[in-house]
Design a protein. Structure first.
Length: 269
């Protein structure tokens, strides 16, 4: 089985003091900075990048001999914390399968530097996510629901996955739900979803400090790039459907609250 998929990769480095630039960041356990293999001539694209460090002077870089250059590559002085898209919303960076991305960061004091890279695959071997465009579902919405998920504890440099039923369980059985976006309080490095509907890959975006672009994040990504990007999951799978989150600082259980914005569909997908 193969098909479209989106994967988010976490990389970090914990520094005892101000870090020189560039300081290499390593992928967290279970993630890899090697671009996954695609089917045939299908493509992979870096869709968004979010960054976070709880110290001043944040600077970040992605480089590879197969990108524009392997010297300064894509380098940003993040003007927000967390730094949000960084890559223009209507653009993406084409990647080569099996290429190893080098990720670097810098901070001005002792802290953890964290980066989340979201990569979309046109046709990923062994994965077939259930993704749609906004035009596929906008006329099929029966109701809008916000699902509160009080997240489990978040460790530095690691993902935490919390079932969407952890705090409430009000979704209707035998129905399909489209994930439109999310709210996150407080702001985090990255937040999103993971389950059968995403091919069991983490499909995340920046943990925005405002609701301006987050409540319809997946709609916007679909519209910006004109690709299927809205995950649709089955209510009967909800105990195995998760909110995934990562941050540059440790968070106690319940300290981060996510409101997952979903749409109940009239048609079962």
């Amino acid at each position: 089985m193969s098909g479209r998929a989106v994967d988010t990769v976490l990389a970090f480095s914990t520094q005892a003091g101000a870090a020189a630039f560039p300081t290499a960041l390593a992928a967290t356990t279970g993630d890899s900075l090697v671009v996954r293999g695609t089917v045939g001539e299908s493509k992979a694209h870096l869709m968004s990048m979010s960054t976070k460090s709880d110290a001043a002077g944040n600077k970040f870089r992605i480089a590879s001999p197969l990108l524009h250059d392997n010297v300064t590559g894509l380098t940003w002085q993040a003007n927000e914390n967390p730094g949000l898209f960084l890559i223009p919303e209507y653009a993406s960076v084409e990647l080569n399968e099996q290429d190893t991305l080098s990720v670097f960061g810098q901070c001005g004091a002792a802290t953890t530097i964290s980066v989340a890279l979201t990569i979309a695959y046109d046709n990923l071997r062994g994965t077939d996510a259930d993704l749609y465009r906004w035009g596929d579902i906008e006329g099929d919405i029966k109701a809008i629901k916000s699902v509160e998920v009080d997240l489990s504890a978040i460790a530095v440099g690691a993902w935490t996955d919390t079932a969407i039923t952890a705090t409430e369980n009000q979704l209707h059985a035998d129905k399909s739900y489209a994930v439109l976006g999310y709210l996150c309080n407080p702001a985090t490095l990255a937040i999103g979803v993971k389950g059968v509907a995403t091919g069991n890959l983490r499909m995340c975006g920046p943990g925005f400090p405002s609701s301006l672009s987050s409540t319809d994040f997946f709609i916007e990504m679909s519209e910006y790039h004109r690709v299927p990007y809205i995950p649709v999951f089955q209510a009967n799978d909800r105990t195995a459907f998760f909110v995934s989150a990562a941050d540059s600082v440790a968070r106690a259980g319940g300290a981060v609250v996510c409101s997952l914005i979903v749409a109940e569909l009239k048609t079962k997908r």
